[in-house]
Design a protein around this ligand. Structure first.
Ligand code: SF4
Ligand code: SF4
Length: 180
């Protein structure tokens, strides 16, 4: 760089010109998050866990088959149940997911025979403590309530289809947000 270029600050002017050109004539590649331009995840995005609430009982659809517990590679799902002596059916008393250990593989929702556990498209969740991302049954049901209240389209996981189960037996996959 010669002396004249140094005196006239040529390199600085070049930089300023480049900045102005980018600002005035080129499309922004960044977005004003979270104020606007929120990203809409692709269908089937695996986000925050939720237990689908049965609109008839108000409780979870889970039948405590324990498949999700067995399949989870992170072993972060814990389910406890009791057996109804009259009907001999299982009733979930505890359902917990330690989300910090989850790898969002989706195996739990894939293996669930009644579509009780889902990974919603909701991705904006953080916490300052472990407890805030430790999901109990009540939190998981509330997660579903919040998801269906805020989501802009019906829950649909296009990649989810258990083998051997006809389409007409997939109630939740087709269910809309009102749970009807
Ligand atoms: S998404 Fe995978 S790692 Fe996470 S809870 Fe489900 S099975 Fe476990
Ligand atoms: S969430 Fe589904 S796979 Fe897991 S225990 Fe309940 S019914 Fe079984």
């Amino acid at each position: 760089m010669n002396l004249l270029q140094k005196i006239l600050l040529i390199e600085i002017w070049k930089g300023l010109f480049l900045t102005l050109k980018k600002m005035l004539f080129e499309r922004f590649v960044t977005i004003q998050y979270p104020e606007k331009d929120k990203v809409i995840p692709a269908p089937g995005f695996r986000g925050r866990h939720a237990l689908v609430r049965d609109p008839n009982t108000g409780d979870t659809l889970c039948i405590a088959c324990m498949r999700c517990v067995r399949v989870c590679p992170s072993q972060c799902i814990k389910v406890e149940y009791e057996v109804d002596k009259e009907t001999n059916k299982r009733r979930v008393v505890k359902y917990e997911i330690e989300a910090l250990r989850c790898v969002y593989c989706g195996y739990c929702e894939e293996v669930c025979p009644v579509n009780a556990i889902v990974l919603t498209e909701f991705f904006e969740y953080v916490g300052f403590t472990r407890d805030e991302v430790f999901f109990t049954k009540e939190k998981l049901l509330a997660n579903w309530d919040e998801f269906i209240a805020k989501a802009k389209r019906p829950y649909l996981n296009p990649f989810w289809k258990p083998r051997g189960i006809p389409e007409k037996f997939l109630p939740v996959r087709k269910r809309n947000f009102t749970g009807v």
